[in-house]
Ligand binder design. Sequence first.
Ligand SMILES: C[S@@+](CC[C@H](N)C(=O)[O-])C[C@H]1O[C@@H](n2cnc3c(N)ncnc32)[C@H](O)[C@@H]1O
Length: 271
Amino acid sequence: MKDVIGKLKSVLKRVLPEPLLKQLKFIYKYLDLMGFIVFLPHVPKMLYFQRVRFAYRLKRISINIECPHTEAQIISFINSFLSIPSTIEGCIVEAGSYKGGSAAKFSIGAKLANRQLVVFDSFQGLPENEEPHDKSVLGHSIKDWFKGGIYCGTFDEVLRNIEKYGEIEVCKFIKGWFEDTMPIFSYKICGAYLDVDLASSTKTCLKYLYPLIVPGGVLYSQDGDFPLVIEVFSSDEFWEKEVGCPRPFIEGLGKDKLIKIVKPISQLKKV
Ligand SMILES: C[S@@+](CC[C@H](N)C(=O)[O-])C[C@H]1O[C@@H](n2cnc3c(N)ncnc32)[C@H](O)[C@@H]1O
């Protein structure tokens, strides 16, 4: 289904005039409201009026902050960490915050779950890189999408956005390149969300964050449609040698944009 939507989008982009495309994008954004309608009844730990307020806050963020994600993706992760029993320790981690839209949304979920949200970002956009991205597996071109400096949200912007629309008191920010900041991070993690675009950044996140995830915890990547990122997740050698454990089962790998790992209870910790 998602493949069909991806292909349909790339055909429409080629054949439709720009003004009509804009109208369609607007309608699509609001159809994403369907994400809420499908997911909302299942959001655990919330009474009905709380769910409606939660949906309202998420939508308010999408309207006021540039958000390169869908509500369904965000709600899927929030649902997942809200379902983890409170007896299981661990914070929530976001790698890649851009303007703070997703972080503001996760902070609302983290507060409900009574957990801290740790946000990793350079706050200067993507690092310089020479990764040869070409086409997403969903069919659209991603050539030149991930140049250095793209997706830049400054620290002040992110802070302001979360203060205004999210729950700043549950947030901790770790500023810098993942390669420098993640090796010295040691908190237990019960949910990690990667939206980092590059294969190199994904590698760093998996290498340093996955070993910190508690058994039963989850790791999501929103970059599951990028072939170079799929290569990282699929490589047995990378998991064995760099992460220090066998490759776990990865839901949606090679098919979906949002992919997910539930850390097995028996997964060995990196030594
Ligand atoms: C697509 S944006 C994130 C979008 C955000 N999750 C949202 O939905 O609003 C990618 C982010 O990853 C960050 N990033 C990617 N690689 C990085 C690295 N190696 N070190 C630090 N930040 C990195 C960029 O700064 C950027 O903010």
